[in-house]
Design a protein around this ligand. Sequence first.
Ligand code: GLU
Length: 289
Amino acid sequence: MTLLTFRFAPSPNGELHLGHAYSALLNQQMAARAGGRLLLRIEDIDIARCTPEFEAGIFHDLKWLGLGWEEPVRRQSEHFAEYRAVLDRLIAEELVYPAFMSRGEIRAFIAETGGRDWPRDPDGVPLYPSLDKALSMKERKRRIAENIPFAWRLDVEAATAHMSGALSWTEFTDETMAATHSVEARPQAWGDVIVARRDIPTSYHLAVVVDDALQGVSHVVRGQDLYAATGVQRLLQELLGLSPPRYFHHRLILGPDGRKLSKSLKDTGLAALRHAGMAPQDVRRLVGL
Ligand code: GLU
């Protein structure tokens, strides 16, 4: 029997908080109960916001919590060439297109055309107006030659046209992994998502599906805030011929105001709690583990 493989995949663009602690400890607990492996992956593709200091903080906090993981740790910023190769496949298959509109242009276009009625993605961000899809190859080449910045966006219409049946994923009903149900993937809800950003040959979605497959991750255990994003990731897996892991999207740890914790909420940061004298078992109790 192959070993079940779990992973905790934080981004070093801020300090870990109670929500991360819950996710990391839950992965540890589920992997231990299944007799499986636990990987740690550093998701640092955003080279402008991720820092070595935040990364060092992650290692420190996780060790303090008592988390153990397999070495070597995969650091996404060291694998841009691999993501580039996968992106090149999507370019060759014409499943992505260069998108030239700047944030300001997107905003102005939407204000002129749809205003408040313009469709939004599950995170509330207006969908990209897919105007660039209509550009001729000649015009695309001209703009690229002129160094006009662009991102590669998924042509979600072309991509879903490839699918024979409905796209779905397998979700565990709870952390005991006793039962699963099938969830319909709705990548269209995100419109033409970014697959590679202006400055780097990947995006969160692309790197995550490539790495989960490459690292043999069988069980993705992560926060409920990424539930809808799984739809896009399932589509990318289908397009790239990658076999999908199973998913468990866990409850989120909320702040005292009932809102999702953010990296700027210093009072629930693990380092701050530690400095205030808290022990790892207090953190476990706080997150209900
Ligand atoms: N790196 C992502 C984050 O920090 C998590 C990615 C995932 O678990 O799929 O939110």
